[in-house]
Design a protein around this ligand. Sequence first.
Ligand code: NAI
Length: 398
Amino acid sequence: MVIEPKIRGFICLTAHPAGCEQNVINQINYIKSKKAIDGGPAKVLVIGASTGFGLASRITSAFGSDAATVGVYFEKPPAPGKPGSAGWYNTAAFEKQAHDAGLYAKSINGDAFSDEIKEKTIALIKKELGQVDLVIYSLASPRRTNPKTGVAHNSVIKPIGEVFTNKTVDFHTGVVSEISINPATEEEIANTVEVMGGEDWAMWIDAMKEANVLANGVVTVAYSYIGPALTEKVYRKGTIGRAKDHLEATAFEINDSLKAIDGKALISVNKALVTQASSAIPVIPLYISLLYKTMKAEGIHEGCIEQIQRLFEQRLYNGSTIPTDDKGRIRIDDWEMRPDVQAKVDELWKIADTESLKSIGDLAGYHGDFMNLFGFEVPGVDYTADVNEVVEVSGLVS
Ligand code: NAI
């Protein structure tokens, strides 16, 4: 079928298999253009492996370190006449490339928050890999059913304590407007922590430790975000920030629990990037379009794959101590948070409106990245051609 984008706000209902495949090949080529990661991981589990930072982590492990990878994700398979989700096609493309390169790669599609998917993943690792030496936790989800209580929780993106009013942009039309978001209730804060906090990460690591599938010296990393004062009321000091505080505190607990096997739990604070998760957060798209413009002008712009390659090579596997901030976090958002970059974004923010954004922001870059997430507007792909929407994931465990 010929697949066209069907956009509804910050989501695209269709995805293009050939565009997703090209995106994955481009990321693999980037990793291959870098030198192999010395002392990199050998057997890796990526939870949230199909898009964004998780996919980049899987690609970096496999093609930068020849690692065997198991990917867990929650994606929609295609059916005749009905394209699957982007993460499905990304994984199909990744596994094809990995298998062609002789690398072990298998996937589990289902709810990572459930006991069932944890058990299935652990059984697979036990049977086929024995143990893993790296566990990446890269889930971004709007909801979670807690397996202990059976209660379903929905996360919200809201400020805490007071109404937050600021500028935002509709990244499809370029219209800048003001939005006001009401503060979250205590219940909404607690629900967001249930979904995006660290409890599920700890459950994964506990279950894996119990099953003896974590290698001696195992490293586990979860991704966090901080960002500037401009966005902190809606992000870091809002509901999602509370969840990230919880995730970061959980790293210390997991770290303690891994001491017996000489393991480590770490947080990596990553850069703001266009992903399915971040497009849904008000204010962030305007910030990102000004940030992209500034970082591109400085020659320091990075996408997910560049961020994760640098995280692996210069932080996790740098052959020496892993550098962290005073709260024990790895900072790979260092270029985003550079004082000169933030000063420039602040200056641009003050004058940003619908008219000025055309020249002071990188809305085209934002929009292009957004379309690319779903395999559209990828250079070299013929979107008028008939493509087979029913693509299999070769390493999918049924
Ligand atoms: P994303 O939306 O691209 O990826 C989310 C992944 O989680 C996908 O693989 C998806 O299939 C999987 N997933 C969602 N719900 C699931 C479930 N119930 N069971 C199994 N898999 C599920 O998100 P992104 O942006 O890569 O985020 C990953 C992490 O990085 C998050 O913790 C996010 O807060 C963090 N981060 C994101 C930044 C950004 O600007 N995008 C910046 C810094 C950190």
